[in-house]
Design a protein around this ligand. Structure first.
Ligand code: SF4
Ligand code: SF4
Length: 382
């Protein structure tokens, strides 16, 4: 793994990147009824508060289908328990800080302590970066506004002037659960609750040290570029953060803080050259939402950010498939060759991809031969 002075996306920037308006995100469009006619949306989920929850709930007509049974949805919704509470009560907001500030003059020491505590609360990876204002949303989107309850869609977003650092945390999703995708798998939902618990707890810890802190998940700012800046991975063809340890099988949460922490360097783990040769996610995407071929800086629509050469994902195609599927989909995570459990063989492959692009095509072929990305419909109780 090589550390870099600049993030791997920097060389693909073709113009000024405008801040993203969260109202243009796919989930906001879904919430506004721009993807599905809300009148046709029946739900079996008790207390479903948002259109997304209703759209991704159990379809009674498929009650016997493996991976879509009542038990599968019970696990999925239970996995969200902490996430729902934290978004409504703790995310996106600061609160009272201790009147006595601990000494933060030794940047290296306080950064090490914060990272240790973050891992103790449950983060699988943590990185620090300064906050690039280009990654902060301009306005609240419909979905995040409804879930947080502290803002309305269209309210402007500005981070407080005291924000000096972002603590970006990665929560790994369960490898076996994700193998079930696109069936209702539950691992994604549990990871949302883990990120809610972790980020909110870290923010509380920092406030108790006497410094301001705001925890958030997908709200307030784009998580992926912040994670890339914080040295946690690179952006892949599937539009996801690809980490060295877990590939794209992760969720991201962050804490914006008044503490001035030591930033990490961005990393290069070979994702850019590997994705140029591999189109496994594009081929396996049931919604045909992932771009084949070369990068482009042209957006499909206003749901994509501009002026960056990448493989823009079509959120409308993606979410239309989710609704048809009646569950969120993670096929582009499940099938990605970077999604592997720890092991000596996979470590050698990772190391090789980091060093050279010579064996990319061979590894892509082997991934198919060993059928790593195939769906496996096991139940948690099996
Ligand atoms: S989540 Fe599923 S539908 Fe969406 S881009 Fe990934 S594979 Fe395609
Ligand atoms: S499946 Fe292949 S192309 Fe897609 S993100 Fe993973 S490595 Fe890149």
């Amino acid at each position: 793994m090589s550390k870099r002075n600049e993030a791997s996306y920097e060389r693909f920037i073709t113009g000024p990147i405008p801040r993203f308006d969260d109202r243009n995100g796919g989930f906001s469009k879904l919430q506004r009824g721009e993807i599905i006619d809300l009148d046709n949306l029946v739900t079996m989920q008790k207390g479903a508060a948002t259109v997304i929850e209703r759209a991704l709930s159990r379809d009674p007509a498929r009650k016997g289908k493996k991976g879509y049974k009542q038990e599968d949805y019970a696990l999925k919704q239970a996995g969200r328990t902490i996430d729902v509470y934290v978004r409504k009560n703790l995310f996106s907001r600061d609160s009272e800080v201790d009147e006595h500030k601990v000494d933060d003059s030794e940047k290296t020491t306080i950064t090490r302590k914060i990272k240790r505590v973050t891992g103790w609360f449950g983060a699988d990876l943590v990185g620090i970066c300064e906050v690039n204002p280009a990654w902060v949303y301009t306005h609240w989107g419909d979905n995040n506004a409804i879930r947080s309850g502290i803002a309305n869609s269209g309210d402007p977003i500005e981070l407080p002037s005291w924000v000096k650092s972002a603590i970006v945390m990665v929560i790994a999703m369960d490898y076996q659960r994700l193998k079930k995708s696109p069936a209702a798998e539950g691992g994604t939902d549990l990871a949302y609750s883990k990120m809610a618990f972790t980020a909110a707890s870290v923010a509380t810890y920092i406030r108790n040290l006497g410094y301001h802190a705001i925890s958030c998940g997908n709200d307030l700012a784009l998580s992926i570029p912040l994670a890339v800046d914080a040295g946690l991975g690179e952006l892949g063809r599937n539009g996801m953060l690809i980490t060295r340890q877990f590939g794209p099988r992760v969720r991201i949460c962050k804490v914006f803080t008044e503490l001035s922490l030591e930033p990490d360097s961005p990393i290069d783990i070979g994702v850019q050259h590997f994705c140029e040769r591999c189109e496994i996610c594009a081929k396996s995407c049931p919604g045909q939402a992932i771009k084949y071929g070369d990068r482009t800086d042209k957006a499909w629509d206003d749901s994509n950010s501009m002026n960056l050469l990448k493989w823009p994902v079509k959120p409308m195609n993606c979410l239309t498939y989710w609704i048809k599927n009646r569950a969120d989909c993670a096929v582009c995570l499940r099938t990605c060759p970077f999604n592997k459990p720890e092991g000596p063989l996979h470590s050698v492959v990772r190391k090789t991809i980091e060093t050279t692009s010579w064996f990319d095509r061979f590894f892509i072929k082997m991934d198919k031969v060993f059928k790593y990305g195939e769906q496996v419909l096991t139940e948690l109780e099996d």
